[in-house]
Design a protein around this ligand. Sequence first.
Ligand code: TPP
Length: 714
Amino acid sequence: MKNKPMMVSPSVKNKSYINEKRIVYISNPFNMHFDRKDKNDTTLLNLYKQLLYPRMIEEKMLILLRQGRIGKWFSGIGQEAIAVGSTLAMNSTEYILPMHRNLGVFTARHIPLRKLMAQWQGKVTGFTKGRDRSFHFGTQEHKIIGMISHLGPQMALADGIALADLLAGNPAATLVFTGEGGTSEGDFHEAINVASVWNLPVIFLIENNGYGLSTPISEQYNCKYLVDRALGYGIEGIQVDGNNILEVLDTISAVAEKMRNDPKPVLIECLTFRMRGHEEASGTKYVPQELLEAWAKKDPVKNFEAYLFEQDILSDTLVTELKTKFKREIEEEIESAFSDPEPVADPQAELADMYAPFHQQVIAPAHQKPVDQNPSNQSLPDRDSFNQNFSNQSRELRYLDAISDGLRIAMTEHPNLVLMGQDIADYGGAFKITAGFTEAFGKHRVRNTPICESAIVGAGLGLSINGYKALVEMQFADFVTCGFNQIVNNLAKTHYRWGEKADVVIRMPTGAGTGAGPFHSQSNEAWFTKTPGLKVVYPAFPYDAKGLLLAAIEDPNPVIYFEHKYLYRSLIGQVPEGLYTVEIGKANVLKEGTELSIITYGLGVHWALAYLDKHPELAVTLIDLCSLQPWDKETVAAAVKKTGKVLVLHEDTLGSGFGAEIAAWIAEYCFEHLDAPVMRCGSLDTAIPMSKPLEESFLAKSRLAETIEKLKAY
Ligand SMILES: Cc1ncc(C[n+]2csc(CCOP(=O)(O)OP(=O)(O)O)c2C)c(N)n1
């Protein structure tokens, strides 16, 4: 290893390191060499202060740990030059996405220690009001977006943030951290690949500290240096001595400066060492003593201090003065945070904070006044009254065309809306819903993505954080599994954790009926209705498909929008021209009768309608839920009261399907109105088979008639 940063250019042929015997890289130690370039004494002294401050905070934390006054601590001792140097290399308006050992990022951005301590101690005055721990928070004020516990997803957020800057014509770089352990996650690959393909101004900084918990790098990856991976992504890679603050600062300053005017990602590997346990309780027994001793000699604070002594910038008196001042400040800030109040649990406030505040003003189709969603005497015109009154402003559209129409209108209504998905640009998407969109809105807003659901959902959140709205098309709802973490952990929990909205809609072409087998036909809405923080809508008609899509896009919360593939081209309905929205959380009563109620959604609505067409004698109240999260309990309760018998029907498999939630709720809250047990009709608890007879037998539809008979006869 050389003192100079190692540049890896994509044009250089990579060597094969695979067979080389490799232990932790201290076997090739490097001497520290500081090159001040044109930095004056004041600048260097300031750097020293910035480096010393987090070190002293950490030393205090270790004392507090020993005293039992704090619980966990993830130490960054020995790694401060990376956090501090890289943060100082960025403009204060540029986003940084740090990890769990990067205290120096937070101190270099001047976040008051009292507030940080309050966060770590779960105080109500912390960034997450006691809802999340350690550095797991974001702050728009300081342009820091903290990690979630999961290693990896933050890298895709950086892509989205950088994309927003690019689209806005804002010459800015984004800096995102990962440990070397985190580079083994698919998220690392996906995010860098997207950034490379889209020329995003992101600095991917690997903080290679030798161990991921107890796992040494020799068991983590099998190339010689992680920076070599840059070649594979077609981007520049630079390796630096992460313990040398000047090298980190100068390298990243130069990279960021270049990137602002010539946007493209760069991979930077900072070599350092984890001097303490993964967290304090886990210790360092598994780390060879000679490694710790060798790296202790490379301590970033002590070495820089020695250099400043050499340069006559520091003196014993000055160091003592500084340390005394910092010690006093740290004591005061920490003690005052200890006396901050604990959160007082208020379940209503907790529930409310799962979602960004938003009061939907339902927009009626043209020539109708907007209708407030709350007053119970007002409601949207139903399809029939709409058709009678406004047929000249509506047209017949297929379900699929209604979605497309809604999307087109949303693109005009929201100039900050960005669509992302596989093959959605010139090809128009797997189902042609975005056909013609690139001509109308440009490829910068209608973006073909590499095949990487996790990175794209994460980029959606990044866009939202940086002022945009995002809509992600899953090519098939089944493939959402590959983006699951970003949805249930990042989109869903961000507002609750630190008050930032996640303005992202995920379109989910879902469902069976086309003989497409286990991986192109699943109904997976229950994965998401189970996750607080998400809204889930599932239109069954073209009218609702358009109105709910526009509502979902308007809503600043993450909305999972299910669209049934079987209905795409088989269902036609009247759809108003222009902009209108359908109320999220409101069911449609499609038929009213007193014998029994059928509560359903999606394709289930059409199964029920077909059944009732054949049985006109049966007086059924038929409810299309339209929204599953939130869902319309009021309308369901009214139907139960009127009919006393209820069937919950859905295409999803029966066990733990969304029907279980409805049935349980009815049993608990409407028990006295029931004349029979709530019955459920769902699909078989198997994977979805492909062949027609098997698929038919799988689907709930094949058991609908018998379940209705059973309920009638009860
Ligand atoms: C997806 C995921 N898997 C496992 C973990 C548990 N875990 C937390 S930190 C850690 C080691 C991380 O190593 P590295 O990325 O090198 O960062 P370091 O802790 O060394 O700074 C592990 C395995 C996690 N947080 N997220």
